[in-house]
Write a protein that binds this ligand. Structure first.
Ligand code: NAG
Ligand code: NAG
Ligand code: NAG
Ligand code: NAG
Ligand code: NAG
Length: 777
């Protein structure tokens, strides 16, 4: 049986071109000599076993080679067909490191006696200390890995070699109602005896662990029927591209295959949005990773001013979809780390706040209290340069990753720290809203979940905001006075954005559990699923006392809770029939609704670099299935691809068998959002006007009345009948044109601001300041 690598990294290596060289010609820190990057890495909590270890049992003829280029200077190789290396280990994962070159061939990897992958280690580029195989989602316990030379490939008598095995020791997972199904790459059709259990159960919600993301899922957005885009920071992720770790990937929602993407700059803590023509931008990030993360040169560029472009990628294979950046032409005017990015009614991106360099809690020195637009605009005399926003000064310190939503009246809701405003971007005016009650802080590093509740034509698209969780920790305290054991908030605050609603102030209710860093996911039914987060501590890593591993937070909340905004107060929360996860998901976790209607949950990485200690870097994906997934669902035939404002369209729908009672039909137009750090930017549900036609098999739906109700750009439509949604289909709302491009503003931005100012300022440190232009003060 030939199993093609689901995880495409070995394949990519095989076809990688060019001579092996240091990335970007930079020098690995500490050496002073340019050298090739090597993926070999032993994360905290993992243990490396060299090829010379007596614990590895070799059968057949193997030979030793010695070279300083090998792990512990030794490597063991074989050219004998059938020769094998076997090791028993206790833990949750294992990686095999070895070499690739023109003399290598195909190996089979077996876990616990079952073949899980065949890997071609042939490459026209010679690379050493490569991660050839990895698996991180084994149940905790004793396992065996075996690597066998299949004696086939591109050359006669091909070699395979073992340089080292790295074992993720892991720990027994927390008790669960049921064991999770084991998910091995490529092994889906070959259940391991006694280890896969059906998850179908009496209760209605389902929870399954299936698939791994390959790069840590810090940022997540659904880009098509078939794929989600995942963006991480620069770190030692197991998936590689061109011989070095990848920090972005396309994740196939159906097959769970991972395709690594090349990103040039460090995207650590960027924001993102789709534009009106369906192009996604990923904005901001962090400086170049240097010595303190590892001795390795990752070759990344400064990401602080980056605007990364990802053009629409509709093909089911997601082939040829790549991230493009070119800072000399496409960038922000000012550096931003932890900015929020949303799409506004003219189809462009509004970029809000952030800090001017990486750190933790924001402060006056690093704050970037401005907004800017992409593409840049000539507005309020800015000519493409940042526009000061006093709100972002008033809300220091805990005001990063502000909660921002475009409102149906074309103004912008913003919440940061304990405050909220409505910002009129056309007049540059702030309207102050009542303070969030009970000293609850809602933005980084005290992140709450923020949502614009469903908009509907019945009440003229009246906006209402929901904020859940966060923390009351004093944001003026230094880290050494904050503990991972400080309680989070269980408060949800709701504000109706009408004159009366604002006068009445925030209505407060309590979640069943406190949650800091929750993800709030709108469902097509209008309900909100709240998942992930921690009961104690604060966002970030390495900053507070009583860290767990490096996590600033502890006591992960493992059971989701459903919030029904339409239910009477006091009866809105329920976890009935829900499964608890065994996987903590705290800092750097994400969740999104999928086109299929279930919820993808991924991430968690409160660590500087990949770690395997408690609260380590989590790659496993979970799928939460609401009860409606198992019901007879409405089906939309030949869905349209575009929906203009006010346009009437007929949808042909196969309804589930009708019962006598009146049917409750809704048509939900949704933006699934760009998710990171509990911020679900652009998350939106607009119920469309519709009528059921007399044939009872079609609906006439009407596009949103104006761009402010649903900013032009991609969306998903779900037809919901009696609380059961169809599978969503993607539409382009509006005519698909790009946002306005103002060449005067763009040219002025390029002229008046420097490329990668932060890196430039580091280089001129101690010398006379160079071309460093700082427009943000
Ligand atoms: C390796 O192969 C790739 C594609 O097959 C080719 O583009 C590249 O030039 C080759 N490199 C070397 C060093 O032969
Ligand atoms: C980046 O932009 C500059 C300036 O417009 C251009 O000269 C260069 O060719 C671009 N590079 C790439 C890789 O597109
Ligand atoms: C402000 O934050 C930066 C980044 O975290 C930090 O380096 C600096 O020391 C802080 N300054 C003050 C005055 O706290
Ligand atoms: C769309 O349909 C509604 C209700 O049937 C009707 O009032 C409206 O005029 C129609 N709009 C257009 C643009 O045809
Ligand atoms: C969408 O507009 C942006 C901004 O002008 C542009 O960079 C991008 O290439 C456009 N995408 C498409 C698909 O035309």
């Amino acid at each position: 049986m030939i199993i093609l690598a689901l995880l495409s990294f070995p394949v990519l290596w095989a076809f990688a071109c060019g001579k092996e060289s240091a990335w970007n010609g930079q020098t690995p820190s500490g050496t002073g000599v340019p050298g090739p990057f090597r993926p070999y890495y032993v994360p905290p909590g993992a243990k490396s076993y060299d090829s010379s270890s007596p614990l590895i049992h070799f059968t057949g003829s193997w030979f030793d080679s010695f070279n300083i280029m090998y792990v512990a200077t030794t490597l063991r190789w074989t050219d004998e067909k059938g020769a094998a290396a076997r090791m028993k280990f206790v833990g949750t994962g294992i990686e095999w490191f070895g070499g690739l070159d023109r003399s290598h061939g195909i190996a089979a990897v077996f876990i616990d006696g079952k073949k899980v992958q065949e890997i071609d280690t042939w490459s026209n580029v010679s690379r050493k200390q490569q991660r050839i195989f990895w698996i991180f989602n084994l149940p905790y316990g004793q396992h065996t890995i075996m690597v066998r030379n299949l004696g086939k490939g591109q050359v006669d008598s091909p070699l395979i070699d073992i340089d080292a095995f790295v074992v993720t020791e892991g720990h027994a997972t927390l008790p669960m109602t049921l064991p999770l199904p084991l998910d091995l790459p490529n092994a889906a059709t070959q259940p391991l005896a006694g280890q896969i259990q059906s998850f179908a159960s009496q209760t209605q919600w389902t929870l399954e662990q299936k698939g791994v993301t390959g790069v840590s899922a810090m940022q997540l957005t659904v880009i098509s029927d078939t794929h989600a885009l995942i963006i991480d920071k620069v770190e030692h992720n197991p998936v590689s591209i061109g011989g070095h770790p990848a920090w972005a990937a396309l994740f196939n929602l159906r097959t769970h295959a991972v395709r690594p993407l090349k990103v040039e700059s460090n995207s650590f803590c960027a924001g993102g949005t789709f534009l009106s023509n369906g192009t996604l931008i990923n904005v901001g990030g962090n400086p170049v990773v240097d010595g303190y993360t590892s001795a390795a040169d990752f070759g990344d560029l400064d990401g602080l001013q980056a605007v990364r472009i990802f053009e629409p990628c509709p093909s089911a294979s997601a082939a040829h979809c790549n991230i493009y950046e070119n800072h000399s032409r496409i960038r922000m005017a000012s550096p931003r780390w932890y900015n929020t990015v949303i799409r506004i009614s003219d189809g462009s991106a509004m970029i809000v706040g952030g800090s001017k360099k990486g750190g933790w809690m924001n402060n006056e020195t690093v704050n970037n209290p401005t907004i800017e637009y992409w593409p840049p605009k000539s507005i309020h005399n800015s000519i493409g340069l940042p526009i000061h926003l006093p709100f972002l000064v008033r809300t220091l310190n805990a005001n990063l990753f502000p909660i921002v939503f475009s409102l149906p009246d074309d103004r912008i809701f913003m919440a940061a720290n304990q405050d909220a405003i409505i910002y009129d971007w056309r007049t540059n005016q702030e309207q102050q809203l009542p303070r969030i009650p009970n000293e609850c802080r809602v933005t980084y590093p005290m992140a709450a979940a923020g949502l614009l509740l469903p908009l509907s034509p019945e009440d003229g698209y009246t906006a209402e905001i929901l904020l859940c969780g966060g923390s009351t920790i004093d944001d003026k305290k230094p880290g050494y006075e904050i503990s991972s054991q400080d309680p989070a908030s269980s408060q949800c605050s709701r504000l109706l954005l009408t004159d009366q609603g604002i006068a009445a102030g925030w209505a407060v209710e309590q979640m069943p559990q406190a949650r800091h860093m929750p993800d709030a996911v709108l469902l097509p039914t209008g309900e909100v699923l709240i998942v992930n987060g921690a009961e104690t501590g604060i966002s970030g890593y390495g900053n507070v006392v009583n860290q767990v591993g490096q996590s600033n937070a502890d006591h992960p909340v493992l059971t989701p809770v459903l919030y029904d905004p339409a239910a009477p107060a006091g009866q809105r929360f329920s976890s009935e029939g829900m499964k608890s996860s065994a996987i903590p998901r705290m800092y750097h976790s994400v969740a999104t609704l999928t086109p299929n209607g279930d919820i993808l949950v991924a991430g968690s990485n409160p660590n500087l670099d990949r770690s395997a200690v408690k609260y380590g870097t989590e790659y496993r994906v979970e799928w939460v299935g609401p009860p409606y997934m198992k019901k007879d669902r409405p089906l939309v035939h030949k869905p349209p691809k575009t929906l203009l404002y006010g346009q009437n369209l007929t949808l042909s729908v196969k309804f589930p068998p009708f019962t006598d009672k009146a049917r409750n039909i809704k048509v939900a137009l949704m933006d699934l959002g760009f998710v990171t750090h509990a911020v679900h930017a652009n998350s939106r549900l607009v119920y469309l006007s519709f009528s059921l036609l007399s044939d009872e098999q079609s609906l006439q739906i009407t596009g949103p009345p104006r761009p402010a109700v649903y900013p032009p750009g991609p969306g998903w439509i779900y037809v919901v009948v009696d609380g059961v949604p169809s599978v969503g289909f993607q539409v382009m709302v509006g005519n698909g044109d790009g946002p306005p491009v103002d060449h005067t503003a763009w040219d002025n931005l390029l002229k008046m601001t420097a490329v990668d100012q932060f890196e430039a300022s580091k280089k001129t440190k101690g010398k006379k300041k160079g071309k460093y232009v700082d427009n943000t003060e």
